[in-house]
Design a protein around this ligand. Structure first.
Ligand SMILES: C[S@@+](CC[C@H](N)C(=O)[O-])C[C@H]1O[C@@H](n2cnc3c(N)ncnc32)[C@H](O)[C@@H]1O
Length: 223
């Protein structure tokens, strides 16, 4: 593992957040089903799992036959559970060569980042034609309802899921709502950075999206 001296402290490193994170979203079969939404050319693609946490998507991807996956996260503690290639760092300064990756995968992490600041870095490290794939929250009425239930003490007493979700949501409250506010501009930010939409699925509370980095226009002479 390597570190980056510019790294800022990341959301997701407090013991409370980590305990809440470890109680939710653990199912590998569910992750495989979600990941199968994406269309990648073949099983040899080089994938960066941006904000990989403790490597559950990496495990799911391996079971799906993808062996060339890098786990990248700000938390060395979460990464210590990952077997395989793992890199500690800040997504705003990803320590990867330009044009070096086929896929950048972001599962429930973009809301942790300053998206306008880091989207250009995703474009830099992807190969032309490479894919930026993400699964993130989106503003919707069912999400509003979910968040209201999550914050309700009564719902938390009746259904442990809400209680655990509340611990995580409180920890990342500010970034969660900052992302939902930014969401209407995400498409144009991707567009400005050279991405074209390939596939989108709107779920009741989130979005699955695959954007392709367009090769730069030819600069050679004509005629
Ligand atoms: C909600 S978790 C998602 C983890 C994983 N993708 C998953 O699906 O289980 C968000 C992750 O983003 C990481 N993170 C937060 N800020 C980061 C940053 N600036 N750079 C890299 N990782 C960051 C946290 O350490 C945490 O592991």
């Amino acid at each position: 593992m390597t570190g980056d001296p510019r790294m800022k402290p990341a959301v997701g490193e407090t013991p409370e957040w980590e305990a809440a994170y470890r109680r939710t979203r653990r199912s590998i079969p569910k992750r495989k089903k979600r990941l199968s939404f994406f269309d990648w050319p073949d099983r040899t693609v080089k994938i960066l799992d941006l904000g990989s946490g403790d490597g559950l998507d990496l495990q799911a991807l391996r079971e799906m036959g993808y062996q060339n996956v890098i786990a990248f996260d700000a938390s060395s503690h979460l990464l210590s559970n990952v077997t395989g290639t793992r890199v500690v760092g800040d997504a705003h300064f990803p320590p990867f060569d330009s044009n070096s990756l086929d896929v950048v995968l972001a599962n429930s992490v973009l809301h942790h980042f300053d998206f306008p600041e880091m989207v250009g870095e995703v474009a830099r490290i992807l190969k032309p034609g490479g894919c930026f794939c993400f699964m993130e929250p989106r503003p919707s009425f069912p999400r509003q309802l979910l968040d209201v239930l999550t914050m309700s003490d009564l719902a938390g007493r009746l259904v442990p899921y809400f209680k655990h979700r509340k611990e995580g949501l409180l920890e990342e409250y500010e970034v969660h709502y900052r992302w939902l506010d930014l969401y209407p501009s995400v498409e144009s930010l991707l567009d400005q950075n050279g991405f074209r939409s390939q596939k989108v699925l709107l779920t009741m509370v989130g979005v699955f999206a695959q954007w392709k980095l367009e090769p730069p226009p030819h600069s050679g002479t004509t005629g």
